[in-house]
Design a protein around this ligand. Structure first.
Ligand code: ATR
Length: 273
């Protein structure tokens, strides 16, 4: 058998990453001969580590926190969705030697929402946070034509800036602070802040979630996140964490690299969800 094609994920921290297991399962399922490993890399060493990886025969690289902007700078070509996101989570070596940067996060989120029959079209959607995670999901959400899209952030200027930046995509997006939210209600609230990682909840007013509304935390953990629990307490009909998004974004990266779409539901079942 030929030696396996080389893939990796770089990030910091990276020890708890589920990506190697996910890609191993995808590779088994689709009979692909590849090796996918993790490497702890900080921002200062990203460029040399990535150069080294591709020089030594690496075919594709995932980049996670805090490297998505470094990867965006590193790529020699960008897809349209990476250009909008200004962040890259998937690098691929091209036949001409160039490195294509893509962002599969937003697509992963939308796929997971579809898997859970959570519709975006015609819905009032609230995104919590105005950092890199929010940036990656806005364009794919707009494609599904929500009725309303609001971005809320602690530092209001960042929310306003992001809203203005994405106006060109053809829908009016509103940026605001948490105090400005009441008495509005939303059908879908997406938590794209990093608050869950430190077990904190953004300051959400009461009655923010509409009847039959859903909550989705882009973060995930072994236990339901604090925001997932907030959704349950606020009578969300579905309150989900980001494991499904992680698997879906990985599947999209796998497809970019290998040209084969793995069955994500089978992998989800292995993670016992
Ligand atoms: P990422 O690239 O993962 O989105 P980031 O760019 O550091 O990370 O952004 C983190 C986001 O989480 C920001 O929107 C941040 O709000 P501020 O810009 O006001 O700092 C938000 N955030 C982090 N902790 C939060 C908390 N406890 N409550 C509300 N928002 C929080």
């Amino acid at each position: 058998m030929n030696s396996p094609d080389l893939y990796a994920v770089f990030g910091q921290p990276i020890n708890h990453s589920k990506s190697p297991q996910i890609h191993r399962l995808f590779a088994e399922q689709t009979a692909q001969n590849l090796n996918y490993h993790t490497k702890e890399v900080g921002k200062d060493f990203f460029e040399s580590a990535a150069n080294n990886f591709f020089t030594k025969g690496g075919e594709g690289l995932n980049c996670t926190v805090p490297l998505k902007e470094c990867a965006y700078q590193f790529a020699t070509k960008l897809t349209q969705r990476a250009t909008f996101a200004k962040a890259v989570n998937t690098l691929s070596l091209q036949q001409d030697g160039s490195i294509l940067g893509d962002n599969t996060d937003g697509c992963g989120l939308v796929m997971d929402l579809i898997n859970h029959q959570i519709s975006l079209t015609g819905k009032r959607i609230l995104i919590l946070g105005a950092g890199g995670a929010s940036r990656g999901i806005i364009a794919p959400i707009i494609k599904h034509k929500p009725k309303q899209l609001v971005i809320v952030n602690r530092s209001i200027e960042k929310a306003l800036k992001l809203a203005t930046e994405f106006q060109s995509l053809g829908m009016s997006i509103h940026g605001c602070g948490y105090d400005d939210l009441a008495p509005q209600q939303f059908d879908l609230i997406l938590n794209a802040t990093s608050a869950s990682l430190s077990n904190q909840l953004p300051p959400l007013p009461k009655n923010l979630l509409a009847k039959n509304g859903c909550c989705y935390d882009l973060a995930y953990g072994n236990q339901p996140t604090i925001f997932v629990n907030w959704g349950i307490e606020n009578k969300a009909i579905k309150s989900l964490d980001g494991l499904g998004m992680l698997i879906e974004q990985a599947a999209e990266s796998f497809y970019i690299w290998r040209g084969i779409r793995p069955n994500t539901q089978r992998v989800m079942a292995i993670f016992n969800r």
